[in-house]
Write a protein that binds this ligand. Structure first.
Ligand SMILES: Cc1cc2nc3c(=O)[nH]c(=O)nc-3n(C[C@H](O)[C@H](O)[C@H](O)COP(=O)(O)O)c2cc1C
Length: 222
């Protein structure tokens, strides 16, 4: 049998189920280097189109750099805030949308989507698969971090060109994601956006179709 033992399977499903986007409650303690490298090695094991492995990781601990990124977040967030009105604008102002300064470590993932690694296999038809591959690496990291008790929050309210410039990322590289990371005491049982009433989770049957897109799957057993 190629399957894992039931205990091992439970661990995999548990990490998937209990992974959370974390923006608050970070311990200021630095992540031990060995742990950080274990997490990044998990990211580096992700699938990638043509085995191109286009992800590049910039690990940021410097307070000075994080402060610059935090300024970029604040500018972007105040712009985003203006796009909402009434109750939603009020709710927006109460959300914690990043932990750039409170988490001890930040990570920027960029994609070298012009790399010749992989000999363009799969990218003639779908060049965007380079970016998708980098996102697969991020998901590996997110799940491994959960299993290690490390919270990870994705910060996308940023002017990515400004962040690239602060981090000296070459212009040809594509910005994929910016993250705050650190140990946390606990992980919430549900997404924070669900808890505060910003959005609700869809049911599996809401996103499931049968055979063709226009045919719903139907109700699932509870
Ligand atoms: C591509 C991507 C970008 C995100 N950007 C932000 C962000 O800028 N700020 C934030 O607070 N959460 C961000 N999130 C986190 C989502 O809000 C969160 O994943 C979602 O509400 C579900 O919660 P969960 O990850 O805890 O299950 C992002 C998530 C993804 C996948």
């Amino acid at each position: 049998m190629a399957s894992y033992s039931s205990e091992e399977r439970a661990g995999v499903y548990r990490a998937i189920r209990e992974r959370r986007d974390v923006r608050s409650g970070f311990s200021p303690d630095a992540l031990p280097q060995e742990l950080l490298l274990r997490l990044l090695a998990s990211a580096h094991q992700a699938p990638s189109v043509g085995l191109m492995q286009p992800w590049r990781f910039v690990v940021i601990q410097s307070r000075a750099i994080r402060e610059k990124v935090f300024d970029i977040f604040q500018d972007a967030s105040s712009q985003e805030h203006k796009t909402y009105a009434g109750e939603r604008a009020e709710l927006y102002s109460r959300l914690t949308l990043q932990g750039i300064l409170t988490a001890p470590l930040n990570l920027c993932v960029v994609c070298d989507d012009e790399s010749s690694q992989g000999h363009s296999l799969g990218r003639h038809t779908m060049p965007e698969t380079a970016l998708y591959s980098a996102v697969c690496a991020i998901q590996n990291l997110w799940l491994a971090a959960r299993a290690e008790g490390v919270g990870l929050g994705w910060v996308s309210i940023l002017d990515t060109e400004r962040v690239k410039s602060v981090l000296n990322v070459p212009p040809a590289m594509k910005f994929v994601g910016y993250f705050c990371m650190g140990f946390v005491e606990s992980f919430a049982a549900e997404p924070e956006l669900e808890r505060v009433g910003w959005e609700r989770r869809l049911r599996l049957e809401d996103v499931l179709r049968s055979e063709t897109f226009d045919q719903p799957w139907g109700a699932l057993q509870p």
